[in-house]
Design a protein around this ligand. Sequence first.
Ligand SMILES: C[S@@+](CC[C@H](N)C(=O)[O-])C[C@H]1O[C@@H](n2cnc3c(N)ncnc32)[C@H](O)[C@@H]1O
Length: 304
Amino acid sequence: MFIIHPNLKLCYPSAPTQLQSSFSPPFTTPILHSRIKITSSSSSSSDNHQENLQTKSSSSAGRIKRLVLTQEGRTKLNISPDRDFYAYPRFVTHVDDGFISTLTDLYRERLRPGWEVLDLMSSWVSHLPKEVEFKRVVGHGLNPQELAKNPRLDYFFVKDLNQDQELEMENCSFDAALCTVSVQYLQQPEKVFAEVFRVLKPGGVFILSFSNRLFYEKAVSAWREGTGYSRVQLVVQYFQCVEGFTQPEIIRKFGGGGGGGGGGQADQKLPFSIGWIMRLLGSLSTSDPFYAVVAYKNFKPIYE
Ligand SMILES: C[S@@+](CC[C@H](N)C(=O)[O-])C[C@H]1O[C@@H](n2cnc3c(N)ncnc32)[C@H](O)[C@@H]1O
């Protein structure tokens, strides 16, 4: 794993003091000395998921109570290394304006100024509200050129989470973790969610969002073969398999149009008739459906 500033200046491990002075809290000291390692890819990690329910940082990662995916459920049609697939930058947006506007509203509602935010599986665009200032936004993804262009990232690192799920950061170092339209590519979601749990502060939030678009050949089979409903349930299970996350909230919004609604309606709170009509309208709509699953580490804080 290596860390690069958006201006593409590499933070070399040989200059730990420089690094420490610029971002000491989220990263563990040993990483400062070994970060330049670039993980190589192979297809083997998807085969050894039964070996151990704990992540590498087993003493502190969230405890995995059970595995959600079968071995078959983790498979991809395209088994070439993910790093190769993302080797060239794609300066595109993966979802439409309505989806992005809904997501930004959700972030506006759930995130607070001054927070430390981890944006997993990120790219060149940020969906964070422009007017909100955070203490630090750390990005992660597979393509350094995309990440270097992302205007909201203070730092970023490149790591294939299907090869190694360990996030080389201190326990309890982020107020929020985000993952947008990417969870379908994770072959070891249980371990990744356990690591996110570990790096979140108590009361920290993990916001997962997705639509129905995907790089089909790179999505795991459990996702490819699912429906919108079953994909939501899959993400709910990813949360539930890690001890300590609060009951996941499901947020759905169909029909696009962008903006409004504080990040979409929590569907389970709607009277049946309205929810049914919204789903019907959604099924007729050509805009990208919005799904988010949100849970907190240990408890959901109340902000005045
Ligand atoms: C559809 S893009 C979404 C990018 C960004 N979250 C957004 O909203 O525009 C999927 C992202 O997942 C990341 N990704 C895919 N497979 C990955 C893997 N095995 N490990 C880490 N990141 C991966 C890629 O870097 C890519 O940027």
